[in-house]
Design a protein around this ligand. Structure first.
Ligand code: NAP
Ligand code: SF4
Length: 666
C-alpha cells in the first residue's frame, strides 16, 4: 500500500504541510511549567523528525480563569511567547510544522475559581463554576484573540481553538450548560456568538496569512447537547468568520459513551466527519480511534477527511509518518488505546507518557544511548517487561539473547489480547516481534534457561513473569475450577453459567469475555445509545441491549464497589459494560467451599455471615498472580523486572517502563 493520500502535502493558506498526519493535542504536563520547555521542545522535535505533517500542542489557556488546574499552561503574555520560540524553533529545525491549541477549560477547570456560560456544575468536577458577566465574556473573547496573536509571535505555524470535548466554548454552545438570557444565550445565534466572535477577532489581529483551526464538536453525546442542524449552522458561521480548517471532536469529557478507549471500534466516528466535510468548503480533520496508516489512508482516499489527527498514536510512535513513508508499517509501535499512561495520568495530575513507549515525554531523561562497552545481555522471559528490556538493550548496541520457555513471545499480554475490545494489543506483540528481528536479537523460543546457560553473559535480566494465584478454597481441585489463563488461552471453554472469583482488572475483563457476543459498529452504537444527532439532541438515544452470551456472577472479598481501581478514564466504561451484560456483582464474599455435582459445581459463600450457594458450570479464578522466580538469585549484573519482581502490581505499563529503564541503565 502506497499511502498516497495520507502522504500527500496539503496547503492551508501560507502553510504547506508535508503530509496529512496530524499529531492531535494531548496534554502531557510538560506544558505547565516554563522550566519544562526544553523537554517539551525535545518531545515535539522527535515527532517532527519522525515526519509528522502537523503537530498540535496541548491546550494553553487564554487567561487564568481558563486554566485546567492551578498554575496550568497559559499563553497570555509576551514572555510566554518568547519562551515558546524554543519549541517552535526545535520543530522547524526538523522540517515540521506546529500549531498551538488555545483551550479555556470553563467548568472543567479543577479550581474553585472556574467560570462558565452559566453556574451549572459538571458531573466530573467538584467545583461549581461562576457564570461569566456580559463584560467578562467579552473580555474572554479578547483574551482568546490575544493568545492567537501571541502564538503567531512565538513562531507557531497555526493555532487550534478548542471548541469541543465540553470545554468553555462547548459550554456556550449547548443548552445543557448555557442558560443565559443575554446576547450570549437563548437562541442559536446568541449561543454561537462566543466562538464566532473569538474567530472573528482573532482573524482581525493575525490577518489572513495565519491558519486558524477550530476543533468542532460534531457529536456531543450528552443530554441537551447540540443537534446536527446547529452544528452545521455553526460550521458555516465559523467558516465565514475566518476558520481555515475544522478538526473534529467526539463527546464531552463527561459523556457516558466511550469515544476513544480500546473497546470503541476503530474508525467508529469517521462517518460523522464525512458528514461535516460534505457541508463545508475548508479542509476537515478526522480524529478519535484512528491508529493505523491503513485506516488513516482510507479515510482520506475515500473522501471522508482531508487530514487525520492521531494524538495517542504519535505518543506511542514518534516515527509513525516516517515508517509509513518508508514502507515499514510493520515496525510501527501502535497505540492500543488503553489510556493507562496518557489520559489516566493527565486526569490524575501526573506527567503523561505512553504504556507502549515509556520514552514519550521523557525524551531527555530516558535515553537509550549507544553503549561504549560491547557486552552480552541475556533476557529470560518474553513478556512485556522482557521484550522491552531485550529490544532497548539491543537498540543500545548490546548483543542480546532472549530466552522464552513457551513457543511464542508475549506472556500475559497474549492473554489480554483475547479480551473483547483489547484486540489492538496484538499489534504490540507484532511490533516487538518485528523489532527483535530488525535489531538482530537472538530469540530462543521453547527454551527454559538454566543458571548454567546464563553464566557466560555479562548482564542477565530476569523477567520470568507470573503464574495465576490459586486460592485455598476446598474443592478447587475439580476440573471445572479453572484459572483465567485457562480460559483466555482457549484451553477451557466455559459453560453458560459461570462464577468469577476475584474482581480486579482481569476478573472484569474475563466477565466481558464471557458475556461478549460479536457485534457490528451499528450494534455497538445501539448498545451505548448513540443516535443520529439530526434526530436526537446530542446524538443520544435509548440504548438497545442484547442478551449476554453467559450468566456471570463476579465476586470479591472486599466490600468496596467492584472495578473501583480500574483506570480513571476507562474504568467507568468497564463498569457500565458489566451492568449492560447483566453481570451479577457480589462484594464482601467469603468463600467456604466448592462442591462437585454431576452437572454443575456449587460455590458456597457467605456475605455478612449469610450463607449463599451458586450453581454454575465453571468457576474461574481471577485472584491475582504470584511471581515466578525459580531462576532468580541476587548477583552482580543480574536484574529482576516485571511481574517476577512485583506480582501485586502486575501491569504492562510498569513492566515495559521498568524493562526500558533497566536496559537504559546497563
Ligand atoms: P488484582 O487487580 O490484584 O485483582 C485480584 C483479585 O483477586 C482482587 O479482586 C482480589 O480481591 C482477589 N483476590 C486476591 N487474592 C485472593 C485470594 N487469595 N482468594 C480470593 N480472591 C483473591 O489482579 P488482576 O485482576 O489479576 O490484575 C492484575 C493487574 O493487571 C492489575 O493490577 C492491573 O494493573 C492489570 N489489569 C488492568 C486492567 C484494566 O485496567 N482494565 C485489566 C486487566 C489487568 P478481594 O481480595 O477483594 O477478593
Ligand atoms: Fe496509546 Fe495507551 Fe500509549 Fe495512551 S498509554 S498513547 S492509549 S498506548
Amino acid at each position: 500500500m502506497a499511502y498516497e493520500s495520507l502522504l500527500s502535502p496539503l496547503t492551508i493558506g501560507p502553510l504547506t504541510l508535508r503530509n496529512r498526519v496530524v499529531m492531535g493535542s494531548m496534554h502531557t504536563g510538560l506544558e505547565d511549567h516554563a522550566w519544562d520547555i526544553p523537554k517539551l521542545a525535545a518531545y515535539f522535535a522527535e515527532r517532527a523528525r519522525g515526519g509528522t505533517g502537523l503537530i498540535i500542542t496541548g491546550g494553553y489557556a487564554p487567561n487564568k480563569r481558563g486554566w485546567l488546574k492551578p498554575f496550568a499552561s497559559e499563553m497570555s503574555s509576551r514572555l510566554h511567547a518568547a519562551q515558546h520560540r524554543r519549541v517552535t524553533g526545535a520543530v522547524h529545525e526538523e522540517g515540521g510544522a506546529i500549531a498551538m491549541q488555545i483551550l479555556h477549560a470553563g467548568r472543567y477547570a479543577y479550581t474553585p475559581f472556574s467560570v462558565s456560560a452559566s453556574a451549572v456544575q459538571a458531573p466530573i468536577n467538584p467545583f461549581k463554576p461562576a457564570a461569566l458577566s456580559d463584560k467578562a465574556v467579552d473580555a474572554t473573547v479578547s483574551d482568546f484573540a490575544k493568545s492567537v496573536a501571541l502564538a503567531k509571535k512565538a513562531g507557531y505555524d497555526a493555532v487550534e481553538i478548542m471548541g469541543s470535548e465540553g470545554y468553555l466554548i462547548n459550554q456556550f454552545l449547548a443548552e445543557r450548560t448555557n442558560q443565559r438570557e443575554d446576547r450570549w444565550g437563548g437562541t442559536l445565534t446568541n449561543r454561537m456568538r462566543f466562538p464566532v466572535e473569538i474567530v472573528r477577532r482573532s482573524r482581525e489581529l493575525v490577518g489572513d496569512d495565519f491558519p486558524i483551526i477550530f476543533r468542532l464538536s460534531i457529536l456531543d453525546l450528552v443530554d441537551d447537547g447540540q443537534t446536527w442542524e446547529e452544528t452545521v449552522e455553526l460550521a458555516y458561521a465559523l467558516q465565514d468568520a475566518g476558520v481555515s480548517v475544522f478538526n473534529t471532536g467526539i463527546g464531552w469529557h463527561e459523556a457516558r459513551v466511550p469515544t476513544i478507549i480500546t473497546q470503541v471500534p476503530r474508525g467508529a466516528w469517521l462517518d460523522m466527519t464525512a458528514r461535516l466535510k460534505a457541508e463545508v468548503d475548508i479542509p476537515v480533520c478526522a480524529s478519535n480511534r484512528i491508529n493505523t496508516p491503513e485506516l488513516a489512508e482510507a479515510a482520506i482516499a475515500e473522501g471522508k477527511a482531508d487530514l487525520v489527527s492521531m494524538a495517542r498514536p504519535l505518543l506511542a510512535d514518534p516515527e509513525f509518518a516516517k515508517k509509513t513513508a518508508e514502507g515499514r508499517t510493520d515496525e510501527i509501535n501502535t497505540c492500543i488505546a488503553c489510556n493507562q499512561a496518557c489520559l489516566d495520568h493527565a486526569f490524575s495530575n501526573k506527567a503523561a507518557s505512553c504504556l507502549v513507549n515509556p520514552r514519550a515525554a521523557r525524551e531527555t531523561t530516558l535515553v537509550l544511548s549507544p553503549t561504549r562497552v560491547k557486552a552480552t545481555v541475556a533476557v529470560v522471559g518474553a513478556g512485556p517487561a522482557g521484550l522491552a528490556a531485550a529490544t532497548s538493550a539491543a537498540e543500545r548496541g548490546f548483543e542480546v539473547t532472549l530466552f522464552e520457555k513457551s513457543s511464542q513471545i508475549g506472556g500475559q499480554f497474549r492473554l489480554a489480547m483475547a479480551v473483547p475490545g483489547k484486540e489492538d494489543f496484538k499489534d504490540t506483540l507484532r511490533y516487538f516481534g518485528r523489532r527483535l528481528e530488525v535489531l538482530g536479537v537472538d530469540v530462543r523460543l521453547d527454551t527454559e534457561a538454566t543458571t548454567a546457560d546464563l553464566k557466560p553473559f555479562d548482564h542477565v535480566i530476569v523477567s520470568t513473569g507470573v503464574t495465576p494465584r490459586v486460592p485455598q478454597i476446598a474443592g478447587s481441585e475439580d476440573e471445572r475450577v479453572v484459572t483465567y489463563a485457562d480460559v483466555l488461552s482457549g484451553r477451557v471453554v466455559p459453560g453458560r453459567r459461570v462464577a468469577v472469583i476475584g474482581a480486579g482488572g482481569i476478573g472484569v475483563d474475563v466477565s466481558a469475555w464471557l458475556t461478549h457476543r460479536p457485534e457490528t459498529l451499528d450494534e455497538w452504537k445501539a448498545r451505548w445509545g448513540v443516535g443520529d444527532p439530526a434526530t436526537f439532541r446530542g446524538g443520544l438515544t435509548t440504548p438497545v441491549l442484547e442478551a449476554p452470551a453467559r450468566q456471570v456472577t463476579l465476586l470479591q472479598r472486599k466490600s468496596t464497589p467492584i472495578g473501583i481501581r480500574l483506570g480513571k478514564t476507562s474504568g467507568w466504561a468497564h463498569r457500565a459494560h458489566l451492568k449492560q451484560d447483566g453481570v451479577k456483582q457480589v462484594r464482601g464474599a467469603t468463600y467456604d467451599k466448592i462442591e462437585a455435582g454431576d452437572d454443575a459445581v456449587t460455590l458456597h459463600y457467605a456475605v455478612d455471615g449469610q450463607p449463599h450457594t451458586l450453581e454454575v458450570d465453571h468457576v474461574i479464578l481471577c485472584a491475582g498472580q504470584e511471581s515466578v522466580r525459580n531462576l532468580w538469585t541476587e548477583r552482580d549484573n543480574w536484574h529482576l523486572i516485571g511481574g517476577a519482581d512485583v506480582a501485586a502490581e502486575l501491569d504492562a505499563k510498569r513492566a515495559i517502563k521498568q524493562g526500558t529503564e533497566v536496559a537504559a541503565g546497563l
